[in-house]
Ligand binder design. Structure first.
Ligand code: FAD
Length: 655
């Protein structure tokens, strides 16, 4: 394997992950080496129950680590975990993420002083949480959720009811076997008064010692899934189960002593937008996770290709742009993560324009999760195919990677639904701009947006000029502005010309318009973020390689939009389209000699390497042979031979 590179390896690693996170990673690795439960050998398979047992053990260990390592410096610890350790067992990472982060931040954002006791118990490790919003027949359309919380004025309690199986809570991680408490979303009903919509409640569901559900609650585990087998996703139904009045998370509304509903109208809008910002946590965490999943699949595939010269280089050119995605999205996701941390700190102190920041955070994270989970999904699939049939064998770990990645496109907000939030926000900004106002955004790169940008034209005369990062940023700015104008104008036509209601106008405008707009917007944000960071790199050789990766990311993504540049008269004649294709191939070739070193930068520490394809020393076929021999079934004789004895007796011996 080539060990040389035209960049400085240490500077590149520090650039990509941050020195603090790398230090935390070393500390964590030291701890993990003494915890055998963290490691499986290649080819080792475990029954679901055993996987779950280990996953829970690890989740608790992770919670301990978090306390030990995170108190002083939470931020790089979290990055180190998600970026490296979390990979070693994603199930445990997700599990702990749900019971600590998701459960806790739901109480933090929807609860008030009376719920602090739950947060204290959570911190003391006395409860394990789950998050129950989705129902069998109600997912993204949360308004349709049917679980009921009926207020009983006499006993000052809520009575929880599941009217039918369609309303059974489902998919909640940790619910199936071991959560003691859940955040439950239910319709708040006051008999004789009315139905007040979806509210959150803290609900104790099972005894922490016996792990048996309380009477009035039925819970089942969801069984085998395509991935994340170590997590106990569960189904739950209530039969007149009672909880105290105080368990309603009452930040936006409550029931008073007279049994009347009271809405906290004064701060509702501000509160909602601040809460939206807080809920971005999960989506940003998932964006980081997607980058790690894509990185790992590329490490496996590109190391395999390096050791397998018989495979044509065009396969490499197919994968190289995904390597560029890893570098650009890593920087972007980490920047989002730091920005979110700043927002959370400000939200705790009540400082700054939280409503605007929360809205912006919501809009950006609502597209970053879909864009990067989809690109990772496609990259993982390409990686599997690049490894020939080996990619389909368990010992390569690629199928597990795909299995555990796919759900990222669905949970924490289905991608197709989530991405609409970003387009809606952008369209509102565009309307403001048309009125001559310039909205201020601290994170998203939108200051360039005005109608003048649509006057610019393609004017590169050489491919080098075209692939210059500054030029590509101009190209992207035109694209975002054009998509905004096109999407806005069409939406207005649908609303006014075709007389469609707001929901249907938005619905009709999704494909080719809102979705492309949100994609181009986030890609542009990622390009700008990376460019700003690259300019801070002092080492010229490293900066050059990063610039090439950034240009490759931009030109490769432009393929999706080439027709728009002609449609919007930014370009005419064949040169623009040819430049997009030729520059992609040119940059892939130029980066070829650094590929091996770029892969080493993003690879996991060897001790965490589980795939036969992922070792820096190669020897893939030797590793494949020994992994195959570890599978119990490989040489076993079928013990059901007699069941087909009539067929066997018709066979003639060769001897
Ligand atoms: C592994 C896993 C873990 C999960 N963990 C949890 C958990 O802990 N807690 C929890 O509450 N839930 C959890 N979920 C559920 C998850 O949040 C839901 O699956 C998700 O919200 C989507 O809902 P749905 O599956 O009902 O699909 P739907 O929302 O009904 O979507 C069905 C299809 O219609 C499309 N669609 C829906 N509405 C629109 C629209 N307005 N415009 C365009 N297209 C649309 C979607 O893109 C999708 O293709 C989990 C799911 C999985 C797979």
């Amino acid at each position: 394997m080539a060990k040389t590179s035209s960049f400085n390896y240490e500077i590149m690693r520090a650039f990509l992950f941050g020195e603090d996170a790398l230090k935390q990673q070393e500390l964590l690795l030291g701890e993990l080496k003494n915890q055998p439960v963290f490691f499986l050998s290649p080819g080792e398979t475990l029954a679901k129950d055993e996987l779950h047992r280990r996953s829970v053990q690890k989740a608790f260990k992770y919670a301990d680590f978090r306390k030990t390592f995170a108190t002083q410096n939470f931020n790089p610890f979290r990055e180190a975990w998600v970026g490296f350790m979390g990979y070693a067992d994603k199930d445990a990472g997700v599990q702990e993420g749900i019971f600590n982060a998701m459960f806790g931040s739901a109480i933090g954002s929807m609860g008030t002083e009376r719920h602090v006791k739950f947060l204290e118990e959570l911190a003391a490790g006395k409860m394990v949480g789950a998050f129950c919003l989705t129902e069998i027949a109600h997912g993204s359309n949360t308004k349709m959720v049917q679980t009921q919380a009926v207020y009983d004025k006499v006993n000052r309690e809520y009575v929880l009811k599941t009217p039918n199986f369609e309303a059974a809570k489902c998919w909640s991680g940790n619910l199936g076997k071991f959560a003691t408490h859940v955040i439950l979303y239910a319709q708040l009903i006051i008999p004789g008064e009315g139905v007040y919509g979806l509210h959150g409640f803290v609900v104790p569901i099972r005894d922490g010692r016996t792990l048996l559900p309380y009477p009035g609650i039925t819970i089942a585990e969801m069984g085998e899934k395509t991935g994340l087998q170590g997590i106990d996703n569960g189904i739950m139904m209530f039969n007149n189960y009672r909880i105290p009045k105080e368990n309603l998370l009452n930040r936006v509304g409550d029931v008073n002593d007279e049994g009347k509903y009271v809405r906290q109208i004064a701060n509702l809008r501000k509160q909602n937008t601040t809460s939206l910002g807080v809920l971005s946590n999960g989506r940003i965490g998932i964006t980081l996770t997607c980058v790690v999943n894509l990185s790992q699949s590329l490490v496996f595939a590109l190391r395999y290709l390096e050791n397998e010269p018989k495979i044509p280089t065009s396969v490499n050119y197919d994968l190289m742009p995904y390597l560029a995605v890893v570098y650009v999205s890593n920087i972007f996701a980490r920047t989002l993560f730091h920005y979110q941390l700043k927002f959370m700190t400000m939200a705790q102190k009540g400082e700054g324009d939280l409503a605007a920041m929360g809205m912006e955070m919501h809009a950006v994270s609502s597209a970053s999760k879909p864009v990067f989970s989809w690109v990772a999904r496609d990259g993982i699939q390409k990686a599997i195919e690049a490894c020939r049939s080996l990619g389909f064998h368990r010992a390569t770990e690629l199928d597990k990677l795909r299995g555990r990645h796919d759900a990222n496109c669905t949970y924490e907000g289905d991608n197709n639904v989530l991405i609409q939030q970003t387009a809606n926000w952008l369209l509102k900004l565009w309307s403001l701009m048309l009125k001559g106002q310039v909205p201020k955004c601290s994170l998203a790169a939108i200051s360039f947006l005005d109608r003048n940008i649509l006057e610019s034209k393609f004017n590169s005369t050489t491919i080098q000029e075209f692939t210059n990062v500054n030029n590509l940023q101009q190209v992207y700015r035109w694209l975002v502005a054009y998509l905004l104008k096109k999407t806005h104008d069409r939406q207005q036509r649908l609303l006014k010309g075709d007389n469609l209601g707001s929901f249907w106008a938005k619905n009709e405008n999704q494909i080719y318009h809102c979705k492309s707009l949100a994609f181009a917007f986030i890609e542009n944000c990622a390009i700008q973020t990376m460019d700003t960071k690259v300019q801070e790199v002092h080492d010229e050789r490293t900066r050059n390689v990063l610039n090439k990766l950034l240009s490759l990311y931009a030109v490769w993504n432009l393929h999706k939009y080439v027709h728009l540049f002609y449609e919007g008269r930014y370009a005419n004649g064949p040169t623009f389209g040819q430049y997009v294709e030729d520059s992609t191939l040119m940059l892939c070739k130029e980066l070829q000699s650094d590929q091996s070193a770029l892969v080493n930068v993003i690879a996991l520490p060897d001790v965490l390497e589980l795939s036969i394809l992922g070792h820096p020393e190669g020897q893939i076929y030797d590793r494949m042979e020994s992994a195959l021999l570890q599978y119990a079934c490989v040489f076993s004789e079928p013990n059901w031979g007699m069941e087909i004895s009539s067929y066997r007796s018709s066979l003639k011996s060769k001897l």
